[in-house]
Write a protein that binds this ligand. Structure first.
Ligand code: SF4
Ligand code: SF4
Length: 109
């Protein structure tokens, strides 16, 4: 069976943290634990301030194993309004990544 993963297109991330909330609710994680973490990076140029968001998938992500059994998509995918998280077979995500700037790919153990 094809192994699945997540492709995060963080170029589109608005930093809304909905993916973190959805992941915590789905798994009932205690404070401090989550399957996904949004990081804010602030860069200062002489005349501007740039804010970038990067999204990291943590060791606690199980790709929503129970949820996807029912053919639903992972909670973070469903609740990202910017649609920057994709779930699917790793081989297809790798191909997709070649076309997309500023992305990261998560493959589970
Ligand atoms: S796939 Fe599920 S467990 Fe993994 S980060 Fe998304 S919501 Fe959390
Ligand atoms: S839900 Fe989507 S847009 Fe919001 S922080 Fe997470 S990855 Fe970024």
């Amino acid at each position: 069976m094809a192994k699945n993963g997540l492709l995060i297109q963080y170029d589109w991330c608005t930093g809304c943290h909905a993916c973190e909330v959805a992941c915590k609710q789905e798994h009932n994680f205690p404070v401090g634990m989550c399957g996904i973490k949004v990081n804010e990076l602030v860069s200062k140029a002489p005349d501007k301030v740039y804010v970038d968001y990067t999204v990291a998938v943590t060791r606690f992500c199980d790709l929503c194993a129970e949820r996807v059994k029912g053919k639903d998509v992972p909670a973070c995918v469903k609740h990202c309004q910017a649609t920057c998280i994709k779930y699917g077979p790793l081989a297809a995500l790798v191909k997709e990544q070649e076309k997309q700037p500023r992305t990261s790919l998560f493959a589970p153990k």
